[in-house]
Design a protein around this ligand. Structure first.
Ligand code: THU
Length: 158
């Protein structure tokens, strides 16, 4: 049997000032969007900001529910709203940030498996790479394509 190793490339910044102007602005929007989260159960407030190719920035935050599975992550709230408003526009980037008790999260927020699958769908739908900016106060991590976060994925052409 052969062994196949799969590598992903993650860019890491120690500070938001190391980011491009566009990425820093998107991450700032995501951090701001944590303020609109409805997270009475986890107290984990997540904000996401989506940049479309037409320049629109659409924000979302996690929305929880007493019946747990009825809630939705910030990423999918933002992505579904963005693609329902602008179905023809490619999603170019998403930034994610968190806060708890009014304090910005120290570690980057990594999208859950279901959100990764939705990010990938956006990417395959447009045929353009979708950058994912995962923000935290101590470090920021970036992948240049959603597919990096979901190797061996099930995608559109299947
Ligand atoms: N959550 C997100 O909104 N995005 C993530 O990337 C991770 C988790 C939310 C879901 C739930 O409301 C809370 O964080 C705790 O899991």
């Amino acid at each position: 049997m052969n062994i196949k190793k799969i590598e992903i490339t993650v860019y890491e910044a120690a500070d938001i000032r190391e980011l491009s102007r566009e990425d820093a602005a998107l991450l700032a929007k995501a951090a701001e969007a944590t303020g609109n989260a409805y997270a009475p159960y986890s107290q984990f407030h997540v904000g996401a900001a989506v940049l479309l190719e037409n320049g629109e920035v659409i924000c979302g935050s996690n929305q929880e529910n007493a019946a747990y599975p009825s809630g939705l992550c910030a990423e999918r709230v933002a992505l579904f709203y963005a693609t329902s408003r602008f179905p023809e526009a490619a999603v170019r980037a998403i930034a994610i940030h968190s806060s708890t008790g009014g304090q910005a999260g120290p570690e980057p927020v990594y999208p859950c498996g279901a959100c990764r699958q939705v990010l990938l769908e956006c990417e395959s739908r447009s045929g353009r790479p979708l950058k994912v900016i995962m923000g935290g106060v101590q470090k920021i991590q970036i992948v240049n394509s959603a597919s990096e976060l979901l190797p061996l994925n099930f995608h559109l052409s299947h």
